[in-house]
Design a binder for this molecule. Structure first.
Ligand SMILES: Cc1cc2nc3c(=O)[nH]c(=O)nc-3n(C[C@H](O)[C@H](O)[C@H](O)COP(=O)(O)OP(=O)(O)OC[C@H]3O[C@@H](n4cnc5c(N)ncnc54)[C@H](O)[C@@H]3O)c2cc1C
Ligand SMILES: NC(=O)c1ccc[n+]([C@@H]2O[C@H](COP(=O)([O-])OP(=O)(O)OC[C@H]3O[C@@H](n4cnc5c(N)ncnc54)[C@H](OP(=O)(O)O)[C@@H]3O)[C@@H](O)[C@H]2O)c1
Length: 378
C-alpha cells in the first residue's frame, strides 16, 4: 500500500453532497462525504482534507479561444514533464483563475501593437499596488481578449502556475467514521466588474466532481488544532460559517468517546431560517448532553449585525468562569480577516475587565502557551 500524501494523493470517491443552506439563502454551503476506504489513510479531529480539483470546462474553452490555441497541442509542465494535450493540462494542472504581474510582462513582451505595449509597460512601471488592483479585476481570458498576442501553447502552459490543492476541515469523527471524511463547503460565486466568477474547488466539489467514482485525489493535511487530551476538559468552540466544520468532528468524537468534559459552541450565520447549518445534529447533540451550551448569532435577522463576539460579550461572566476557573480550552475556526481578530479583541476585553489592561494580553499569551487558545483560521 503506498503511503498517500500531498505528493502521492489517494483517488477517493465523493459519495454524497447536499445543500446545508436553503435555496432562499444568499449563500450555498454544501455537506460532502469523501470515502477513504482502501487507502489506510487515518485522520485526527482538527485535520483537513487536501483535495486536487479541476478547472471549469467552459473557462478552459474560453481561455483556449482567447489565446487562439488548439486544444490538442501537446504541452508539458515542470510537474508533469510528459507532454499531454493543452486542454487536459489547462483542466487539471494549472491555475487559470488568477493572473499575476508575470503574465502582464509576458503580454508586454509579445504585444502586437506599440500602443498596447506602452500601456502594459506603464502598468508594469507604475506603483505595484495599482498594478495589483488592476489585475484583480482581470482574468487570463479577459487580458488576452484586451491584448491579443500570439503565444505558443508551450509558453502559455509554462507560464501558468501550478493548480494548488485546497484544504477543507474534516467535520466527522475518526472514531465514529474512520473511513470517511465529511466536509462543509462554502460554494464561492461572486462578481468582479459585473462579471460572474467562481471558486474552482468549491464549485468542482459541489457540482462537477462525479459521484461514486475513484477520481478525487486527496491527502490528509495534519493540523496542530487538537482536542484536549483529557476527555474531562471543558471546551469552548467559536465557529461561525464553515468555521463550525471541525467542531462537528470534535463534538461527534467526544460523543463517541463518551467524554465527560463540558462543550460550548458559538455559531453564527446570516439568517436562522435559511443558514442554520447542522441545526438538527446540534439539537440532537444538545439533547444527548454532549453539547452543553449553544449560542447562535444570526447577523442579518435584525437591523443591526449580531456576531458571535456579541454573544460572547453578553455571556462574559460564564465565559470567564469556564476559562479561568474550569480551565477551558478555547478554539476559534473560520474567517481569518475579520472574525478571528474581532473575537480575539472581545476575549481581551473580557480579560481586561477581570484582570486590568496590563494583565489581559499576558493572560491570553499564557492560554496559548498552555495550548488552551487554538485557532484554525483561513
Ligand atoms: C486549513 C484550512 C481549512 C479550510 N477549511 C474550509 C472549510 O471547512 N470549508 C470551506 O468552505 N473552506 C475551507 N477552507 C478554504 C478552502 O481551502 C478554499 O480556499 C475555498 O473553498 C475557496 O477555494 P475555491 O477553489 O473554491 O476558490 P478559488 O478559486 O481559490 O478562489 C478564491 C479567491 O477568490 C477571490 N474571492 C473570493 N470571494 C471574493 C469576492 N467576494 N470578491 C472578490 N474576490 C473574491 C479571492 O481572491 C480568493 O482568494 C479552508 C482553508 C484552509 C487553509
Ligand atoms: N474574500 C471575500 O470577500 C470573502 C467573503 C466572504 C467569505 N470569505 C471567506 O470564505 C470562507 C467561508 O466563509 P463562510 O461563508 O463560511 O462564512 P463567513 O463569511 O465567515 O460568514 C459567517 C458569519 O460570520 C459573520 N461575520 C462577518 N464578519 C464578521 C466578524 N467580523 N466577526 C464575526 N462574524 C462575522 C457573517 O455575517 P455577515 O455576512 O452578515 O456580515 C455571517 O453571519 C472564509 O474563509 C471567509 O474568509 C471571503
Amino acid at each position: 500500500m503506498p503511503p498517500y500524501d500531498r505528493k502521492h494523493p489517494f483517488l477517493a470517491r465523493l459519495t454524497q453532497r447536499y445543500a446545508l443552506t436553503q435555496p432562499e439563502s444568499n449563500k450555498q454551503i454544501m455537506h460532502a462525504v469523501v470515502d477513504l476506504s482502501g487507502s489506510e489513510l487515518t485522520y485526527c479531529c482538527g485535520d483537513s482534507l487536501g483535495i486536487y480539483v479541476e478547472n471549469e470546462p467552459s473557462e478552459v474553452s474560453a481561455l483556449l479561444d482567447a489565446a487562439g490555441l488548439s486544444a490538442e497541442i501537446p504541452v508539458s509542465t515542470a510537474q508533469n514533464p510528459q507532454a499531454r494535450p493543452l486542454r487536459e493540462v489547462l483542466t487539471s494542472n494549472v491555475d487559470i483563475g488568477t493572473p499575476g504581474p508575470g503574465f502582464i510582462r509576458l503580454l508586454w513582451q509579445h504585444a502586437a501593437h506599440a500602443q498596447q505595449a506602452a500601456e502594459l509597460q506603464q502598468w508594469l512601471e507604475g506603483p505595484p499596488e495599482a498594478l495589483k488592483a488592476w489585475i484583480a479585476s482581470k482574468t487570463y481570458t479577459s487580458l488576452l481578449a484586451e491584448y491579443p498576442v500570439r503565444l505558443e501553447a508551450q509558453a502559455l502552459a509554462s507560464h501558468l502556475r501550478r493548480l494548488q490543492p485546497r484544504l477543507y476541515s474534516i467535520a466527522s469523527s475518526p472514531t465514529q467514521s474512520p473511513h470517511q471524511a465529511d466536509l462543509t463547503i462554502s460554494v464561492l460565486r461572486y462578481t468582479v466588474d459585473e462579471q460572474p466568477r467562481i471558486g474552482v474547488a468549491s464549485t468542482y466539489l459541489s457540482e462537477r466532481c462525479p459521484l461514486n467514482a475513484p477520481v478525487l485525489p486527496v491527502f490528509i493535511a495534519p493540523s496542530s488544532f487538537r482536542l484536549p487530551e483529557n476527555d474531562d476538559a471543558t471546551m469552548i468552540m467559536i465557529g461561525p460559517g464553515t468555521g463550525v466544520a471541525p467542531f462537528m468532528g470534535f463534538l461527534k468524537e467526544r460523543q463517541a468517546r463518551k467524554a465527560s468534559g463540558l462543550n460550548w459552541l458559538f455559531f453564527g450565520e446570516q439568517q436562522r431560517k435559511y443558514d442554520f447549518i447542522y441545526e438538527s445534529t446540534l439539537v440532537e447533540l444538545q439533547k444527548s448532553g454532549v453539547l452543553t451550551h449553544l449560542d447562535t448569532a444570526f447577523s442579518r435577522d435584525q437591523a443591526h449585525k449580531i456576531y458571535v463576539q456579541h454573544r460572547m460579550q453578553a455571556a462574559s461572566e460564564r465565559l470567564w468562569d469556564w476559562i479561568h476557573h474550569q480551565k477551558a480550552y478555547l478554539y476559534v475556526c473560520g474567517d481569518a480577516k475579520r472574525m478571528a481578530p474581532d473575537v480575539q479583541n472581545t476575549l481581551l476585553s473580557i480579560f481586561n475587565e477581570k484582570l486590568g489592561p496590563d494583565n489581559a494580553t499576558q493572560y491570553l499569551k499564557s492560554l496559548k502557551e498552555q495550548n488552551r487558545y487554538q485557532r484554525d483560521v483561513y
